[in-house]
Design a protein around this ligand. Sequence first.
Ligand code: AHR
Length: 648
Amino acid sequence: MELLLLLPLVIFLSIYCAHGRSITMHVLSDEGDGTPIPSTLFGIFFEEINHAGNGGLWSELVSNRGFEAGGQNTPSNIAPWTPVGSSSDVLLATERASPFARNPIALRVEVLCDSCQAPVGVANPGYWGMDVRAGDEYKIIFWLKAATSSSVVVSFVSSDSSVTLAQSDTINVDGTKGWTKQEIVLKAQATDHYAQLTVTSKEKTVFWIDQVSAMPVETYKGHGFRKDLALMLEELKPRFIRFPGGCYVEGERLQNAWRWRASVGPWEERPGHLGDVWGYWSDDGIGYFEFLQLAEDLDALPIWVFNNGVSHTDEVATSLIGPFVQEALDGLEFALGSSSSKYGALRAQMGHPEPFNLKYVAIGNEDCGKQYYRDNYLQFYYAIKKYYPDISIVTNCDGSYRQLDHPADLYDFHIYTSASNLFNMNHQFDKISRNDGPKAFVSEYAVTGNDAGRGSLLAALAEAAFLIGIERNSDVVHMTSYAPLFVNNNDRRWNPDSIVYDSWQSYGTPSYWVQKFFKLSSGATLLPSNITGSTNVNSVVTSAIRSSDTNDPSIIVKAVNFGNKAVGLKLNIDGSFWNSANSTAVILTSNNVMDENSFSNPTKVVTKTVTMSGKNQMGITLPAYSFMAITVPSLGSNSRDSELHSDM
Ligand code: AHR
């Protein structure tokens, strides 16, 4: 114990293995040292891209459940539904026969055979297959009408239709009753990760179906989010969630932009829309309410990005922008108004009488250069500040290199670039002015292109250095999030991404694992530190923080080695409070810097625990192309494993 009390506390990290390349990091860690890191610093950005929500986080299994899909890549609004039975047995057609005014199309199914040999009707393959597992329950809701009294059966069948995984009792339809809502729970008897849902009959009949939903009974916090994916978000401990885009908010054309009003209310009444930037239809089961709910479930602050009358190809002139401004104000009332207000009442009807914790909005996405952006922005800005003075507003115009010509609380900063550029950008915010101007919201960053592939270690290490730079500049950077968050492996509109999945399996790219290193940073204290080195070790970027748990604080030192040679690191932590003997370390590295994770090897590049070889002299080096976090607990702490260590 006496050894531990020696001042300053020194941890040797196997400096001898590093062939003379070694550096010393001096950290000031006394009480009073350091500057607070914003509690919002690390969050996530959800965009409906790559089937992130539809066919991703939203656990609806049916694709095009209301037969409304259409547009550039979906010439038929029946697809992906397919007939069950031969063309002489069944006829499918859409009709304007829906019971719902805002989504007028329903599917007419004509069964032509009398006493059919096998079930005849229609099948939905979901989003590249439905994950149906033996023993699990699925809630099926749909609207049904028949021309004459007859019966249908709802089933899950295997992808090749050879196995029935679950089947309902016979559902009798009274031909005189018109549309009826059907609700059943199917318990699967067998598993197929790429199953289909069928609605069939064996008798000659005509029936119509509309708004067909199938969801697992068990979802994240019971709110409809796919559990494995939501848990991966939870593991990042995000402090905010920016949504729902990105370009998705703008639309290629304004008529296809995401608008909050169309995404709320009973799901079966939502019209859905074509997300024309990323080229696919959205049933809008995951809408404004669900995003706010997700933020609450993750204990993250929602950051709502709304359209400001600007799309990729058309714009609303400032003289006509009034209805858009009102729409934004109404959206704020939906989130924040009392349940006796018009839109607060709608929120209450949807199951959330209390207001949501919305504190930030962004006016548009990447629109600063557009003709009407600035003038439209001011209309939104002053209207919002008038009615919601506490809401912080994000502008699209970059304030990092020049003074903004309009008021804002934060400015948006996006960067997609090569690994070496992003690595060097760990100094990006060192030089910007420390005046009272708006702070940066680095809401989209990533290494892209050849350096990144579909998510390489190289890209992740450059991102780690960039994030350390942000951590060290968190007096001028208020928030940051990687982009894009999600990709369904069957629809890669953008590479790389943070979390990859298909209908049933998922993994994190190395970039996802890098983000985990920062999950204790928001709200922690940045400790002053400097590096001295025996050689030119420009490849190493470091930071030191003290965690925010005042009862059990730890120092967490992060170090990226972006070079192709190992580097020894000697830690020199000033102060008597720290227990080097119980230090722990985790590392992200791999044999080849271009290594990626995949479904066949999802843990090729993941964080691993570094074995400490001794109590006071621990045999650790910073290997070439690696990212390491060393946690030094306080003397009073009994736990050898910090949260960072044990969770990874
Ligand atoms: O993250 C993908 C896209 O990149 C976003 O939609 C957009 O904001 C940026 O250009």
